[in-house]
Design a protein around this ligand. Structure first.
Ligand code: SAH
Length: 210
C-alpha cells in the first residue's frame, strides 16, 4: 500500500497529466506521502487528490505540487534558496528539499507546524527551516529568495513576497477567492512580469497566526 511501486504509479500518472521535468518527477517519487497523512488515509496517500491534514487544512494534490515546482524550475538549473508559504504538515517542503539544499517554510497554525517539524525529523530532512508566522510577510530574515511558492490563495499577490524575490527569482502562487488562478511572477532585469495560468482551488491565505 505504501510501497515503492505505488509511488512510482503516482509518478506515472503525473507524467500522463503533463509533468515532464524529470527532476520534478524524481523528487515526487522520492517523498513518502503516506508519512504526511492520517493513518486512516494512508492507503490513499498516492492518489492524485488533496487529503485532509487536520485543522480544516488539506495536503496538496500531487499534480498541483508538481505543476507549481515545475513552473519554478522551468529554464533554470535549480531552485536556489526556496521559500514556501503554507507549509501545512510539510509535504511540499519535503518535495522542495529534494531539489535544493536550502528550504524555508512558514505556517500560521502552530499545531500543523509542529507536525511538519516531526515529519521532517522522521524523514531526516534537515535542510528545511520551519517558522510559525503569517506568510503574507514572507521571511525577511532569510530573504532574498530565488524561488517562492505559496500553498494558499489570497485575494491579491502579497507585495512583501514580491519584494523578497532575488534578481532572476520566481514566485508561483494561487490568487483569487471563489475563482482562483495560478500566477507566475518573475523578477527580470526589466522588472517584474506576471503570467496568469491554470484555474485552481486552494484553501484561503489567512491573516495572523493561530
Ligand atoms: N504545503 C502543504 C499544503 C497545506 S494547505 C502541503 O504540502 O500539503 C495550505 C496551508 O497554508 C494551511 O496549512 C494553512 O494553515 C496555511 N496558511 C494559510 N494562510 C497562511 C498564512 N498567511 N501564512 C502561513 N500559512 C498560511
Amino acid at each position: 500500500m505504501t510501497s515503492q511501486r505505488t509511488r512510482s504509479r503516482m509518478v506515472d500518472r503525473l507524467r500522463e497529466k503533463g509533468i515532464a521535468n524529470e527532476a520534478v518527477l524524481k523528487a515526487m517519487g522520492a517523498v513518502p506521502r503516506h508519512v504526511f497523512v492520517e493513518e486512516a488515509l494512508a492507503s490513499r496517500a498516492y492518489e492524485d487528490t488533496a487529503l485532509p491534514l487536520g485543522m480544516g487544512q488539506t495536503i496538496s494534490q500531487p499534480y498541483i505540487v508538481a505543476r507549481m515546482v515545475e513552473l519554478l524550475l522551468k529554464g533554470r538549473t535549480g531552485l536556489g534558496k526556496a521559500l514556501e508559504i503554507g507549509a501545512g504538515c510539510g509535504y511540499q517542503a519535503a518535495v522542495l528539499a529534494q531539489l535544493t539544499n536550502e528550504v524555508y517554510a512558514v505556517e500560521r497554525i502552530g499545531p500543523l507546524l509542529e507536525k511538519a517539524k516531526a515529519n521532517m525529523r522522521t524523514l531526516q530532512q534537515f535542510n528545511v527551516r520551519l517558522k510559525h508566522g503569517d506568510g503574507h510577510f514572507g521571511m525577511p530574515e532569510a530573504a532574498p529568495f530565488d524561488s517562492i511558492i505559496v500553498a494558499a490563495a489570497g485575494a491579491a499577490v502579497p507585495p512583501e513576497l514580491v519584494r523578497q524575490l532575488a534578481p532572476g527569482g520566481r514566485l508561483v502562487l494561487p490568487v483569487g477567492g471563489d475563482a482562483q488562478y495560478l500566477s507566475l511572477i518573475e523578477h527580470t532585469p526589466q522588472g517584474y512580469t506576471e503570467t496568469r495560468l491554470d484555474p485552481v482551488r486552494f484553501v484561503p491565505l489567512l491573516p495572523g497566526v493561530q
